[in-house]
Design a binder for this molecule. Structure first.
Ligand code: UD1
Ligand code: UDP
Length: 366
């Protein structure tokens, strides 16, 4: 057991943040081999998180980079498989719902190696969303499914996935709890931008459905530009490309406060100080809830349904008028329920992995 090895696969920005509370803890109990697929590679989309959160240096960076879904995933499959062949792990751990998640899970499942999935059981019920395909298929490949809420248990049960499901809460709550107090002193972004608390709206946009459809993207820009407060937009490179491609760049640069993507400490500082946030991100919807920031979600549906039911998150899609109205809403928010655990999700994930590796011999037939 002490020699057991977990191979963790990360690759995109939100996965570095999810790995932050899990990886160090994992290493207190067993060996971890950390694999970065290279899906995200700009300093501000990758290295900054490893540096400021002190995430262990990846043992492998596969340098896969950008491509269409099939090519990117195919390259990941090939290269992760080579690492699995070399390292022969007892379990492969994946986070979230990106192409890196699915590739890791699929490689392990085909080699009969146990798969653990952090953030399992989430569904948007929108099969056109690439992440939904990744979620469903990854869960199907997984032996240990770590879910943030009872709703996710019900979702998996309805799909016939019952064994191996554990409600751990959300590891991103663990992450934000650890940096929330540190962010104000570690981050100068608000001073640099010249905004005080509550003087601006924060926005992030990168979802494929919004960036690749010029009508939706124009409508999002229109809606954000109608905000009564300045809108700070740390811009995902995908969205910068799309704005330029769809002839919306000048308008966005003129009417919004567009900045480069920021590190996690700066982002938490920006989100904490924002009057509200408008986003199509998955993670940011939850982080807004944790930081008591009102959230306007630029999507037609969400997998974080509980935040909407709690009255803290409003789904407005890409409708400019609905965005405008939501950015002006002033009614008091309802009392906040406790959702997604108490900030100890990483401990539960690690305990479960350790228990699993203790109880059962590795499934791999090496
Ligand atoms: C990916 C995930 C998405 C997640 C997001 C987090 C999939 C299918 N999508 O979307 O679920 O919410 O990461 O941010 O896995 N680019 C750069 N530099 C980088 C990274 C990307 O310039 O460091 C540009 C490239 O032009 C690339 C585009 O962004 O083609 C999209 O990157 P990609 O990783 O394919 O998808 P994301 O939109 O980032
Ligand atoms: N984030 C960040 N800097 C930014 C934008 C987002 O650190 O400029 C963080 C944010 O705090 C959250 C995560 O990145 O933890 C969300 O990633 P993203 O929105 O890219 O992906 P998603 O959650 O939609 O998969």
């Amino acid at each position: 057991m002490s020699d057991a090895t977990v191979l963790s696969v990360v690759g995109a920005r939100p996965q570095f943040i999810k790995a932050f509370p899990v990886s160090r803890l994992l290493r207190e109990h067993l060996s971890e081999v950390l694999v970065h697929t290279g899906q995200h590679y700009d300093f501000g989309m990758s290295d900054v998180f490893f540096e400021e959160l002190d995430i262990p240096e990846p043992d492998y960076n596969l340098g896969v980079g950008s491509a269409n879904h099939a090519n990117q995933t195919a390259e990941m499959l090939r290269r992760i498989d080579e690492v699995v062949e070399a390292e022969r792990p007892d379990l492969l751990l994946v986070h979230g719902d990106t192409n890196s998640t699915l590739a890791g899970a699929l490689v392990a499942a085909k080699r009969n190696i146990a798969v653990a999935h952090v953030e399992a059981g989430l569904r948007s019920d929108n099969w056109a969303m690439p992440e939904e395909v990744n979620r469903v298929l990854t869960d199907r490949c997984s032996d240990l499914l770590f879910v943030p809420s009872e709703r996710a248990v019900e979702t998996l049960t309805a799909e016939g996935v019952i064994d191996g499901v554990t409600v751990t809460g959300d590891v991103m709550y663990d992450a934000i709890t650890r940096v929330r107090d540190r962010a104000p002193s570690a981050s100068t972004v608000l001073d640099d931008l010249g905004y005080g608390d509550g003087e601006y709206v924060l926005a992030t946009v990168h979802r494929q459905a919004n960036t690749d459809d010029p009508t939706r993207l124009a409508s999002v820009v229109e809606g954000l530009a109608s905000s009564p407060r300045p809108v700070v937009v740390p811009l995902h490179p995908r969205t910068e490309d799309a704005l330029k491609r769809h002839d919306l760049w000048e308008r966005a640069k003129t009417e919004l406060d567009v900045i480069d993507p920021v590190g996690y400490l700066d982002f938490v500082g920006l989100l904490d100080g924002a009057e509200r946030v408008a986003t199509d991100s998955g993670g940011v919807q939850k982080e807004a809830f944790y930081l008591d920031t009102r959230c306007v979600t630029l999507r037609d549906e969400t997998e974080w349904v509980e935040t909407v039911e709690a009255g803290w998150n409003e789904l407005v899609g890409a409708d400019a008028e609905a965005i405008r109205a939501a950015l002006r809403r002033t009614e008091d928010l309802p009392e906040k329920p406790s959702l997604y655990g108490g900030g100890h999700a990483a401990e539960r994930v690690v305990d479960d992995i350790v228990a699993h590796l203790r109880q059962e011999p590795p499934k791999t037939n090496r």
